[in-house]
Design a protein around this ligand. Structure first.
Ligand SMILES: [Zn+2]
Ligand SMILES: [Zn+2]
Length: 377
């Protein structure tokens, strides 16, 4: 397992370019007796294993893509491709599901059909949506789907399983404020886009505090404010880039409405104009309550109560497994990657590395989940 994980780690591939990784996955699955389907979402691989006679189908999903980050971990198995690295642990996710695949093929202690889904492009490029658009559920109708992601800062090999909304929807907003450029010494003859843009930034701070109901959660973050260059020139445009997050769909709609209204109205106050481009990204990830209870029970029966992180909470980042869970009930769990020096470095950090000590626990979870979900007669 460690060898496969490190092999994938050393050869990171970005979204929709996971050719070598998909080759490795498909080759192993074929060798172990799976029916292998390729091409959904471009580089996606689905391996199907059947046992017994039940006409029941479940899906387990891992993601395969890396990130455009230059690795600084210094590990012997560090990325050999400059500017690309497995900084989110998808190398570990792929290795865990492959290891489970091998064990399931050797033991076959279940009754039904298991679809192992190796997905491209989780990082911002919606590979899950592409697989669905390409007919994943028509080819592989699943009664339930399950996902797993490592989480640095949580104890190694313990599980955080959150019912209901477990991860946020993530939307992107681009606002262009158009004023009238002019001389910094003669502002009365200009329409200052910097002042109008600044006013938008400040007014946006009231959306969550004044519009979102106090017991709900939303996030409006301005990550970029681009305008001007010279001290004595009033620029005619200012560009703002936002990320907006919410859990409940009603809150997501409310944020879109208020962010758009504020941008237009604040610009108008100064005689400027705002152009707002609102792009909806991943939806919020919703764990089915019954499936969540089931996954918790699988862990409890195997590791005892200590296997579960008691105060596991939702996370305000986004995850495209949410697209699968919009169509099929299921549960997405977090597996602790460790704390401090052992696995505590946060994902998307250039020093991050998946904790190999977690591999066997994650693979075992997959196997136990299949055997519990599709019990052998
Ligand atoms: Zn990531
Ligand atoms: Zn990830």
């Amino acid at each position: 397992m460690v060898a496969i994980r490190r092999q994938i780690h050393a050869r990171p591939e970005l979204a929709y370019e996971e050719v070598a990784t998909a080759d490795l996955v498909a080759e192993r699955l074929t060798r172990w007796g799976y029916d292998v389907h390729r091409g959904l979402g471009g580089t996606g691989v689905v391996g199907t294993l059947s046992a017994g006679s039940a006409e029941r189908h479940i899906g387990l999903r891992a993601d395969m893509d890396a990130l455009p980050i230059a690795e600084t971990s210094g590990k012997a198995w560090a990325s050999q491709v400059f500017g690309k690295m497995h900084a989110c642990g998808h190398d570990g996710h792929t290795a865990m599901l492959l290891s489970a695949a091998r064990h399931l093929a050797a033991t076959r202690r279940f009754d039904g059909h298991v679809h192992l889904v190796f997905q491209p492009a989780e990082e911002g490029k919606a590979g899950a949506q592409r697989m669905l658009d390409d007919g994943f559920l028509e080819l592989f109708p699943c009664e339930a789907m399950f996902g797993m992601h490592n989480m640095p800062g949580l104890p190694a090999g313990r599980f955080g399983i959150v019912p209901g909304y477990a991860m946020a929807a993530g939307d992107r907003v681009d606002i262009v404020v158009r004023g009238v450029g002019g001389h910094g010494a003669m502002p009365h003859a200009a329409v200052d886009a910097v002042v109008a843009g600044s006013s938008i930034v400040m007014a946006l701070q009231t959306v969550v505090s004044r519009n979102v109901p106090p017991l709900d959660t939303g996030i409006v973050s301005v990550g970029a404010f681009l305008s001007g260059d010279a001290p004595n020139v009033l620029p005619d445009t200012a560009e703002l880039r936002l990320t907006v997050r919410a859990f409940r769909p009603e809150v997501r709609d409310l944020l879109q409405q208020r962010v758009t209204e504020i941008a237009h109205a604040q610009a108008a106050v100064f005689g400027a104009r705002a152009e707002v481009t609102y792009q909806r990204g991943y939806p919020a990830l919703h764990n089915d309550h019954e499936k969540t209870a089931f996954c918790r029970e699988v862990v409890r029966e195997w590791l005892g109560e200590a296997g579960l992180i008691p105060d596991a909470a939702p996370i305000s980042a986004s995850e495209d497994f949410a697209f699968f869970l919009q169509r099929v009930p299921g549960c997405y769990v977090f597996i602790g990657n460790g704390e401090g020096a052992e696995g505590g470095c946060m994902v998307h950090n250039p020093s991050y590395d998946f904790n190999d000590r977690v591999l066997s626990t994650g693979a075992s979870y997959w196997v136990r989940l299949v055997e519990a979900c599709l019990p052998a007669a």
